[in-house]
Write a protein that binds this ligand. Structure first.
Ligand code: NI
Length: 136
């Protein structure tokens, strides 16, 4: 953060008290940092809604013994090679794999990739976390 810009905000007492309780529970060091995070989250949501460029990660677990599943999941990722930045594969136990797929691209492509992976039989859990947008 090279250029800091200060501005004043007027809030109702009950609202700022509730906010202070909230940020204390979250262990924020200052209101400024909490407000910065809220603004970033809103900008990411806006980018997501408007189909802009986003970056984040798909985290999924699946049963690699499921017939053909590993090659199906790989084929899907190759179909989205412009969206997939990198993958990390962890062999959780005898049956289960954990895969973390870093993604960047149009919100619609990222969502389509996540959904296409999620519906495959044998994929036990999948979450998509968007951490950045081109608006920042
Ligand atoms: Ni594995």
């Amino acid at each position: 953060m090279s250029d800091l810009y200060r501005f004043g905000v007027s809030l109702e007492k009950t609202l700022i008290e509730a906010f202070d309780r909230h940020i204390e529970a979250q262990n924020y060091k200052s209101r400024s940092e909490a407000i910065r995070d809220l603004i970033r989250e809103e900008l990411i949501r806006k980018e997501w809604r408007e189909g802009g460029t986003v970056a984040g990660a798909i985290v999924m677990t699946y049963d690699h013994h499921k017939r053909e599943l590993v090659s199906v999941l790989l084929d899907i990722q190759h179909d989205f090679q412009d969206t997939v930045i990198s993958t990390q594969h962890v062999h959780l136990d005898h049956h289960n794999c954990l895969e973390i797929i870093a993604v960047k691209g149009k919100a619609s492509d990222v969502e389509k990739l996540a959904t296409t992976l999620k519906v495959q039989v044998g994929v036990k859990h999948l979450s998509l976390s968007i951490s950045a947008s081109s608006a920042e």
